[in-house]
Design a protein around this ligand. Structure first.
Ligand SMILES: CC(C)(COP(=O)(O)OP(=O)(O)OC[C@H]1O[C@@H](n2cnc3c(N)ncnc32)[C@H](O)[C@@H]1OP(=O)(O)O)[C@@H](O)C(=O)NCCC(=O)NCCS
Length: 234
């Protein structure tokens, strides 16, 4: 455990090491008030964590190209952010604890195959300076003959160490631009009731269709949580 004094009497930044993450918590008088996990296999991410509060990073958004080995090699980093969102935020997102990292990586490999046939587009957000993956979102294009103009949003996720820097918004804005260019002008999505994402989608002009109660199992405590369904015409 590392302990760095930030002020004279605190707060303290305390860093715990687990098998996969360094978890930094800010403690005021010994009480954890904030936490962020950083994947251990990315030392640059640790440095970035300490820099992030002072200035907004320059973010580059790109689409995943499955023919690029460098992009296929991102599966562990994508999986690490996915796991962090489930474990840290309690996001209900396909997998429930105990999480099997290899199974989630195989699942993402399947999504990358969908990119080849055009049924999914994966948007990646990189910290341009660190060349570090900091978030992603998926556009699902189901190829419906009865609704070629319809698409849905899946798995908008930003690394917990890079929140409130506008990355989620930038990912969604790029997704909307590309979706519109492809003729997909009606977007549907759902998210956990009361989540940060609910605020983000409302701010981006998504209309609330309604809430389905008891729609998924919380990874934090096993309770049933509602999902809010949204739509937007681009
Ligand atoms: C939802 C999520 C993607 C937002 O990413 P982000 O990069 O932090 O969001 P942004 O910085 O672009 O925020 C844009 C706006 O969204 C809203 N917002 C984002 N986080 C919020 C929070 N924790 N509480 C309230 N509003 C929030 C705010 O209106 C914000 O604008 P502001 O910062 O000017 O006030 C991120 O919190 C996340 O990955 N959550 C866990 C995964 C998840 O729930 N995904 C969604 C469905 S699978």
């Amino acid at each position: 455990m590392l302990r760095n004094s930030v002020g004279r009497l605190g707060p303290f930044i305390v860093i715990y090491r687990s098998e996969e993450f360094l978890v930094a918590t800010v403690e005021v008088l010994g009480t954890p008030t904030w936490a962020a996990p950083v994947p251990i296999y990315k030392p640059a991410a640790v440095q970035h964590f300490f820099k992030m509060s002072s200035s907004s990073p320059s973010i580059a958004i790109t689409t995943l190209d499955p023919s690029l080995p460098a992009h296929k090699a991102l599966i562990p980093a994508i999986t690490a952010i996915h796991i962090a969102c489930i474990e840290m935020d309690g996001t209900i997102s396909t997998f429930a604890p105990p999480l099997d990292r290899e199974r989630i990586e195989r699942w993402w490999a399947g999504k990358i195959e969908d990119v080849r046939d055009g049924s999914r587009i994966i948007f990646l957000a990189f910290d341009a300076a660190e060349e570090e993956l900091v978030g992603f979102v998926v556009l699902h294009r189901p190829m419906l003959e009865t609704g070629p103009f319809k698409a849905s949003v899946e798995k908008l996720m930003v690394s917990p160490a890079h929140r409130r820097l506008g990355i989620g918004r930038k990912l969604m804005e790029r997704l909307e631009t590309d979706a519109k260019a492809l003729g997909q002008t009606l977007i549907q999505l759902d998210t956990d009731e009361g989540s940060a994402a609910e605020s983000l989608y409302t701010k981006l002009g998504y209309n609330i269709l309604g809430v389905i109660p008891d729609h998924g199992i919380s990874p934090l405590d096993g309770s049933l949580r509602g999902s809010t369904f949204f739509w937007k015409r681009l």
